[in-house]
Design a protein around this ligand. Structure first.
Ligand code: COA
Length: 334
């Protein structure tokens, strides 16, 4: 039997830079309610969302992802040709073939290995873990992770459980070697017995001459699951990083619904004074883009800074979830 060599990888990894993209068009609750049978007051009190952003009709998942990725590369101080793997977390690029990552890599000028991760709203934290393991395993020196969604293409604007919740945007990070570990062990898993809770439905939305399936959700089922199960996942992520909740400088949960965040924080018994990301008020639920967008908001608002220790937790369709403790990276433009 021949002896196969394996590559050595980095002893430790970290996020080296973060970039984001928020579409220009701000959509108020009042605008949503021009079509949806709801009200600004109801939406704010049940979801915490005041406004969100929708991409332009001609703006694609690739366009938004490229904008975020270019800024992530700048913040990390590396060039596209140094990237050894590009991972795109998205469920709204509109087609299974071709997948998004090679097109996104091409726009950056990269010929790196490129693949998509489909794990609903938990996609970014899954891809971050995969990227860290690729770098630690020696398969790439640097990996680019992009969480990007254009959920507005898949919304039925008359559906009271989804139309006011979801939105568009992108966030990207460069993962690479580091002197000290900056990405803790992932706590992750799934519960496929609840796969129907968030799903695509053939009930179609007319788009120009074409039709697109829409996202449907059993909101109460998500509510019964997320704030309870994610408290256990959060505790597991913190413990496996060798830390305690009190060691955290910030908590960045997936921006699903403000009430889910509030309930999760209570269940977790997060120590007072640890800032919690609440980007959802202005941004809505951007699925796989929500965690990096929320990090950027916290750094921009001075609630957290690069170098801080933060707990990330993402969850959603699948049902799938993933979380890890990280050191916050430099953020482009801040
Ligand atoms: N606008 C106005 N009224 C609405 C409404 C809307 N969009 N949706 C439901 N209602 C009404 C219902 O008709 C019902 O009225 P009734 O009491 O007169 O019968 C009442 O509000 C309660 O309905 P319910 O379905 O229990 O609402 P809810 O409090 O569960 O809120 C969601 C609905 C979708 C906002 C909520 O379940 C939710 O946010 N779940 C989590 C979803 C989520 O975060 N998903 C992201 C996963 S990644």
């Amino acid at each position: 039997m021949s002896k196969i060599s394996q590559r050595p990888g980095a002893a430790a990894t970290a996020m080296l830079g973060l970039g984001i993209y928020r579409p220009e068009r701000v959509v108020t609750n009042a605008e949503i309610c021009e079509v949806l049978d709801s009200s600004d007051e109801w939406i704010q009190s049940r979801t915490g969302i005041q406004r969100r952003r929708f991409a332009r009709e001609d703006e694609t998942v690739i366009d938004m992802g490229v904008a975020a990725a270019e800024d992530a590369l700048k913040a990390a101080g590396i060039t596209a040709d140094q990237i050894g793997a590009v991972i795109v977390a998205s469920t709204t690029q509109g087609q299974h073939t071709p997948h998004a990552a090679p097109m996104l890599a091409d726009r950056l000028g990269s010929r790196a290995a490129s693949f998509d991760v489909s794990a609903g709203c938990a996609g970014f934290c899954h891809a971050l873990s995969v990227a860290s393991d690729l770098v630690r395993g020696g398969s790439a020196e640097y990996a680019l992770v992009v969480g990007v969604e254009k959920v507005s293409d898949f919304l039925d604007p008359t559906d009271r459980s989804t139309a006011m919740i979801f939105a568009d945007g992108a966030g990207a990070v460069v993962v690479g070697p580091a002197d000290e570990p900056g990405i803790g062990p992932v706590a992750w898993g799934s519960d496929g017995s609840q796969s129907q809770v968030i799903r695509q439905e053939p009930r179609c939305r007319q788009v120009e001459h074409d039709q697109q399936p829409v996202i449907a959700m059993e909101g109460q089922a998500v509510f019964r699951w997320a704030p309870f199960k994610m408290a256990d996942v959060a505790r597991e992520a913190v413990a496996s990083a060798g830390l305690e909740l009190a060691d955290l400088d910030a908590f960045v949960p997936h921006q699903a619904n403000m009430r889910i965040t509030d309930t999760l924080v209570r269940n977790l018994k997060l120590p007072e004074g640890i800032p919690v990301a609440r980007d959802i008020a202005d941004t809505g639920n951007t699925s796989a883009a929500s965690v990096p967008l929320a990090i950027e908001r916290m750094v921009r608002d001075g609630e957290a800074k690069p170098g801080d220790t933060a707990l990330l937790i993402a969850f959603g369709a699948g049902l799938s979830y993933a979380g890890q403790v990280v050191t916050l990276p430099p953020v482009a433009g801040l």
